[in-house]
Design a protein around this ligand. Structure first.
Ligand code: IPM
Ligand code: MN
Length: 385
């Protein structure tokens, strides 16, 4: 490489100090735009306080309204448009006017799969002074992370409806009245690739190493004799590379029971796509509710997307009552992933402080504050740091 001149070095170092992050923002449907507004506000506040870090937000008005106008959830070249950003910040998707399997598959899942965001990182952490529905559980008892495989399992969309449904054969048969309605056959495949399973296991072991060095394999190999036995085998094989991490297996149904009875048992849990989806709703409830649960769809070498794990809650749309904390927290996870550790910890501190003070809380936490008041209070707290 050519040696840099003094002037070039100067500008280079200035540029390095002034990190500018280009973020694609998809506010989406329902309460999505309201919570994402607060998330963006908080990121701007961090930038203002810290200096040296700025954001350029580009907004994409995709979602169900877009679908009703254009017949698709996002433009044909949607992924192409997102390709030039460092990360994606998403509110929520879904509206009663559009079937969920269309709206979610054609936008949320399309992005998760399209950018190979194979890790769905979902921390389950009870913050201080948050009411927990479990008796006698304290913040130190509920502090775990679910690593959900995010590109395979039952989510690939491989399968079909035959004899009565939408296959060519079925349509032909229907016209000719060959089959009775009762003969319909439907399949939805569970897909597990060696590459897919190995990489999620490795990610989870590495994460466990940074925490309490305990990794639980969420499985169902007692019933699913191919896919989950394979999943367990790979877990065992990869564990050999991480002898310092304590391991165990737990069936997904038992994990549900333990989340209620002994959540303190867990540190990191690695779960296949569908099971990970299910146990993280339960996880959200034991950490205080859906309003507090963030998630990251991560491609460690590519473009990741951050979102609250709750849905679009259509009945609360435009009422300014939704809890924005999950989204603000997802923004914090985005900064972590972008390597902005200091900025990330600033947001986390502010969330904790405001919740602990307990003066400004939305309805889900027993308060009366508006969505925007919660955002404003977190902003104030950051600006004072
Ligand atoms: C989630 C959601 C999605 C999922 C739905 C909306 C497709 O429940 O992010 O947890 O199942 O992954
Ligand atoms: Mn879910």
């Amino acid at each position: 490489m050519r040696k840099k001149s003094v002037a070039e070095k100067f500008f280079w170092s200035q540029e390095k100090e002034m990190a500018k992050h280009r973020i694609a923002v998809i506010p989406g449907d329902g309460i999505g735009p309201e919570v994402i507004r607060e998330g963006v506000k908080v990121l701007e506040a961090v930038s203002k306080n810290l200096g040296g870090i700025t954001f350029e937000f580009s907004y994409f008005p995709w979602g169900c309204e877009y679908y009703l106008k254009n017949g698709q959830m996002m433009p044909q070249d949607g992924l192409e448009k997102l390709k030039n950003f460092e990360a994606i910040y998403l509110g929520a998707i879904g509206d009663p006017k559009v079937p969920d399997h269309i709206s979610l598959r054609d936008l949320l899942l399309k992005i998760r799969f399209g950018f190979d965001q194979y890790v769905n990182l979902r921390p389950v952490k009870l913050l201080e002074s948050i009411p927990c529905p479990l008796k006698n559980k304290k913040p130190e008892d509920i502090d775990l992370v679910v690593v959900r495989e995010n590109t395979e399992g039952f989510y690939t969309g491989i399968g079909g409806r035959h004899k009565k449904g939408d296959s060519k054969h079925a349509i032909y048969a229907k016209i000719n009245k060959v089959f009775a309605d009762s003969e319909e056959i439907v399949t939805q495949e569970g897909v597990f690739s060696q590459i897919g399973v190995e990489r999620i296991m490795k990610y989870s072991f590495k994460l466990a190493r940074k925490r309490k060095k305990h990794l639980t394999c969420c499985t169902k190999s007692n019933a699913l004799n191919y896919s989950m036995v394979y999943w367990d085998e790979i877990f065992k094989k990869i564990s050999g590379q991480y002898p310092d991490v304590k391991t165990d297996f737990a069936f997904v149904d038992a994990i549900c029971m333990w989340f209620i009875k002994n959540p303190e048992f867990f540190d990191v849990i690695v779960a296949p796509n569908l099971f990970g989806d299910i146990i993280t709703d339960l996880g959200a409830m034991i950490q205080g509710g859906m309003g507090l649960a963030p998630g990251g769809n991560i491609n460690p070498h590519g473009i990741s997307m951050f979102e609250p794990i709750h849905g679009s809650a259509p009945k609360y749309t435009g009422k300014n009552v939704a809890d924005p904390i999950a989204t603000i927290w997802a923004g914090q996870m985005m900064l972590e992933e972008l390597g902005e550790k200091k900025a990330a910890s600033m947001i986390m501190e502010a969330i904790k402080k405001v919740l602990k003070e307990g003066k400004v809380r939305t309805k889900d936490l027993g308060g009366t504050s508006a969505t925007s008041e919660v955002g404003d209070t977190i902003v104030e707290s950051i600006l004072k740091m």
